[in-house]
Design a protein around this ligand. Structure first.
Ligand code: NAD
Ligand code: UDP
Length: 313
């Protein structure tokens, strides 16, 4: 029988956080969800609130947190470009001060701590697909820098706490993930395209749509989180977690049109500044260290996500 742990999830009311809380409860843990509801919603966790092993605390991770816990998953940070660029100073504070506060909490309690890092640490990559050894090509001054550099600094802090204070750390570099509970107006490409298609509105392709992304279904990603947290302390990461099948944004739009059977047309809009031209994870490390790889391919994951959006729109 596994021992019930008390697990803290920061950003637990967000898209990934709510799925992670659900999985941790299913696995028999006590879960403390900490969130300031900047992009997270109460709807995401409404079903979880009925579970006596689930607790919610309204809190901003840029301030210290005093709780007793065994494990921490640090997910707090807006992930969609429109949201993280809306208040860029707060975004950097959330990544950097949030990491310092959660690492301090881990140090005091002896908790194992996981960081939700990102493929954005590779910036607009010149190495393709991206391996964990690649150090990235990131603008320090552009509109994405608040997020990219904040996450890079958080990784630095995790490894300094490992070296200086011998913490048990795990750092996952997450590639584009999608699924139920994305917010309809969140601005990310999968939710935008599905919502536009279901409403019969034009599908907005930024630029010529030849930029690529690799899309991971949320359940696959959460399985990767749990495996990474469960392995030996020697496996700290950074470790890429994502689906290595790469698509152009135009291919994604065409697939969404096919699956929703919509009459929507495609329209081109201005490409945002510093939008990465290609992104695809090399997941060899995750395959060997965690015996993990995604199982749900794009069409199946999109069908599940379309089903969800039909129910909420
Ligand atoms: P999300 O915006 O749905 O969730 C982020 C959560 O953090 C929200 O609930 C938000 O309210 C909360 N939050 C933001 N600032 C906070 C603060 N200062 N204090 C407390 N809570 C705060 O985004 P998501 O897609 O669920 O992403 C979760 C994490 O995973 C983020 O750290 C993100 O950078 C990382 N990530 C996600 C993806 C992806 O494709 N979904 C890719 C790479 C990395
Ligand atoms: N994108 C698009 N139309 C949209 C939203 C996004 O063409 O309505 C593009 C965006 O320019 C980027 C890709 O889709 O090239 C992924 O964007 P998203 O914001 O989901 O995540 P990113 O990977 O850029 O952080």
């Amino acid at each position: 029988m596994s021992i019930r742990k008390k697990v803290l999830v920061t950003g637990g009311a967000g898209f990934l956080g709510s799925h992670l809380c659900q999985r941790l409860l299913n696995d028999g843990n006590d879960v403390l969800c900490v969130d300031n509801f900047y992009t997270g919603t109460h709807e995401n966790i409404i079903k979880l609130k009925k579970n006596p092993h689930f607790e919610v605390q309204h809190h901003n991770v840029t301030f210290p947190l005093y709780v007793e816990i065994d494990e921490i998953y640090n997910l707090a940070c807006p992930a969609s470009p429109i949201h993280y660029q809306d208040n860029p100073v707060q975004t950097t504070k959330t990544s950097v001060l949030g990491a310092i506060n959660m690492l301090g909490l881990a140090k005091r309690t002896g908790a194992k701590i996981f960081q939700a890092s990102t493929s954005e640490v590779y910036g607009d990559p010149e190495v393709h697909p991206q391996t964990e050894y690649y150090r990235g090509s990131v603008s320090t001054t552009g509109p994405r820098a608040c997020y990219d550099e904040g996450k890079r600094c958080a990784e630095t802090l995790f490894f300094d706490y490992l070296r200086q204070h011998k913490l048990s750390i795990r750092v996952a570099r997450i590639f584009n993930t999608y699924g139920p509970r994305m917010v309809p107006d969140d601005g990310r490409v999968v939710s935008n395209f599905i919502v536009q298609a279901l409403k019969g509105n034009p599908i907005t392709i930024y630029g010529d749509g030849m930029q690529t992304r690799s899309f991971c279904y949320v359940d696959d990603l959460i399985e990767g989180f749990i495996r990474l947290m469960g392995v030996d302390d020697k496996i700290t990461g950074p470790i890429n977690l994502g689906n290595p099948n790469e698509f152009t944004i135009r291919q994604l739009a065409e697939t969404v049109i096919k699956l929703t059977n919509t009459s929507s047309s495609l329209i081109e809009k201005t490409l945002p500044e510093d939008d990465p031209t290609q992104r695809c994870p090399d997941i060899s490390f995750a395959k060997s260290a965690l015996d993990w790889q995604p199982k749900i391919e794009l069409e199946e994951g999109l069908e599940r996500t379309i089903f969800y959006f039909k129910s909420v729109l």
